[in-house]
Design a protein around this ligand. Structure first.
Ligand code: ADP
Length: 201
């Protein structure tokens, strides 16, 4: 099983790069999507979250009240640890299920916090980092999410540094201001060929 762990800071271009691999037929396993699904109405994490945090954190439709939980865990590291103790094992289990079911020679696992959480690095065959300057991240997230500069900076401050991410990388795609979809696609083509060869070896 050949797994590429794709990571990068907020706004670095992970989703953009992941989509380029998907367009080449590479199966994608998206841990953010899994996190969303297990906390959607009827999601496997919901009974556990309700008993740990109370009904206050459950929205009317039965999903996680994301805004409320985001505010709590942003301010309270203990709450973050309690939430992670519930969701991380479930995300891991579902990721493993999808990895084993994935067709093809290799697959991509998108893990935004791969460097921060440590354990993922041991679970993948290689780490691919999408890298860009912090100022580029800020500009993109302001544009994409309508956040203020301070909001983006606060999120970036909670993530691994650019240097830590690069240090953990086996492969790096530079997605800075000079990068276009065409240049990204060229990088992805080169890596795709490399991964096919490595997976077959
Ligand atoms: P991430 O998944 O890492 O948060 P995205 O792939 O969603 O990042 O990219 C963040 C935003 O920046 C998106 O709106 C995306 O379309 C845009 N973007 C990403 N890379 C580029 C690029 N090379 N040039 C212009 N816009 C980009």
């Amino acid at each position: 099983m050949f797994s590429i762990g794709l990571t990068g800071g907020i706004g670095s271009g992970k989703s953009t790069v992941a989509d380029l691999f998907a367009a080449r037929g590479v199966p994608l396993i998206d841990t953010d999507l899994i996190a969303h699904q297990i906390t959607a109405p009827g999601g496997v994490a919901m009974p556990l979250i309700a008993s740990e945090f109370g009904q206050d954190f459950i929205a009317a439709n039965g999903s996680l009240d994301r805004a409320k939980m985001r505010a709590l865990v942003f301010a309270d590291d203990t709450a973050k640890t309690r939430l992670e103790a519930i969701v991380h094992p479930l995300i891991r289990a579902e990721t493993e299920r999808q990895r084993h079911a994935a067709p093809g020679t290799y697959h991509i696992v998108v893990v935004p916090l791969l460097v921060e959480s440590g354990e993922w690095k041991a679970r993948v065959s290689r780490v691919l980092v999408v890298d860009c300057p912090v100022e580029t991240q800020i500009a993109r997230v302001i544009r994409r999410n309508g956040f203020t500069r301070d909001q983006v900076l606060a999120i970036i401050a909670k993530q691994a540094s650019r240097e830590a991410r690069i240090a953990a990388a086996d492969d790096i795609i530079v997605n800075d201001e000079a990068a276009t979809l065409d240049t990204l696609a060229e990088h992805v083509d080169t890596l795709h060929a490399r991964y096919l060869a490595l997976a077959a070896a």
